[in-house]
Design a protein around this ligand. Sequence first.
Ligand SMILES: Cc1cc2nc3c(=O)[nH]c(=O)nc-3n(C[C@H](O)[C@H](O)[C@H](O)COP(=O)(O)OP(=O)(O)OC[C@H]3O[C@@H](n4cnc5c(N)ncnc54)[C@H](O)[C@@H]3O)c2cc1C
Length: 454
Amino acid sequence: MKSKSQSIRLVGSGLSGPLLAIELVKRGFEVEIFERRPDMRRVGMSAGRSINLALSARGIHALTQAGLWNQMQRIIVPMKGRMIHSLASGITFQPYSRNVSDVINSISRAELNIALMNAAEARGVKINFQMRYTGMNLQAGKLQLYDEAADKADSVDAGVVIGCDGSASAIRRDMLTHNRFNFSQQHLDYGYKELTIPAGPGGKHLLDPQGLHIWPRGNHMLIALPNTDGTFACILFLPFEGRDSFAQLLNAEEVGEFFRSRFPDVVPLMPELVDNFHANPVGSMVTIKCSPWHFEDKALLLGDSAHAIVPFFGQGINCGFEDCTVLMELLDLHGPDWRLVFREFENARRVNTDAIADMAVENFIEMRDRVGDARFLFRKKVELALHEKYPKNFVPKYSMVTFLRVPYATAMRRGQIQDRILTDLCEDIDRVDDLDWSRAEVLVTGQLTPLDFS
Ligand SMILES: Cc1cc2nc3c(=O)[nH]c(=O)nc-3n(C[C@H](O)[C@H](O)[C@H](O)COP(=O)(O)OP(=O)(O)OC[C@H]3O[C@@H](n4cnc5c(N)ncnc54)[C@H](O)[C@@H]3O)c2cc1C
């Protein structure tokens, strides 16, 4: 086993890098981060690149373990459910859970990133900005970097390297050249664009800040998440090409007409809509699966670099933070036997990250097509009734993923069983009062063991 004073190099000071650094420093390691971007605390961020995130149980647990959750309270806005906006501008509230304390927390990516970097530096982590990873020389044990400010190549002793460098990971790209490295990437045909609803008079929110607002419109969708300063960060999801696509919205008239006809209640709230639309870039969304996540005892991928997912379950960073929790549990168990820790980490995580990747794509379809559908809403009512009667056996998939830390693969498997039970019980009815409770008893208790929440 190697000594704990060994240095660990992290590549990427996005969201998972600084949190991981904090946990490693706590365990006595020397940690240094190399980040290709300039320090966002000193340099303004480019427009349209600071989407909001929904933080939930897994992320909160990891931040609590790191002693950071309390200080996040001032930058989060709790959301209790979905606020669905119909085309006729009616709003329906769908609570996330029967338990009122089950909320998801809207947080600005930039504010979270800054809070994490401040906390990491306060604990002795050195963050080197504008230092881009360009490769690893394993024979010489060197990490190769490019110093963007000085415009020259550099290198440092590699030690143990952990790639927290996001979905377009350069470390993963290097691993691709290794023998028997498996890799798949699946892009959605949809892109996203960030837009803003400014604060109203007196810094007040112009929509109810207690919910995640959704305008589901079949093949496209708008969502809005509240910020603490009274604004809403909105994300428009549209196909890249074809009907109702980004490719069709090229000038002010087309953008204005599209929003007036699809999201009429939003237009008066977005005076800068057209300027925002043209200024902000269109992002793409990808699912990445790969294996192995490590190279011997030298390098590991963690967070989006190992398993990027589409954003429709709001789990990307919750999952990345849960990676940190699991990696630390294994490190505490085995000590810095990196080869073993890295292997066990992937064994514990990959089945679960594959599951959340698949569930995130399924949730895209649910949010886009079904949240406004009468039959879907009826199934949700029956789901709630079953959960009330069997609170430990029948737990909605959304709750298992979002409010509990049930392994993602378990949540997916139980969710599939529950879906089949719902289809069976809802088949010939359209009122919860007509539910066949004796059949429900057989199906639920026969197929679903009580879930251990502790
Ligand atoms: C539209 C959208 C909405 C989302 N909503 C949610 C949500 O509601 N909830 C949620 O949990 N997740 C959400 N996510 C996912 C979340 O943003 C990601 O899962 C998360 O940012 C991944 O964290 P990370 O640390 O792995 O990577 P990142 O946060 O992407 O950080 C990677 C860092 O590595 C740096 N880097 C890259 N290459 C190099 C290099 N060669 N050298 C040095 N540094 C490098 C980058 O500059 C960056 O700072 C969303 C994502 C999108 C796109």
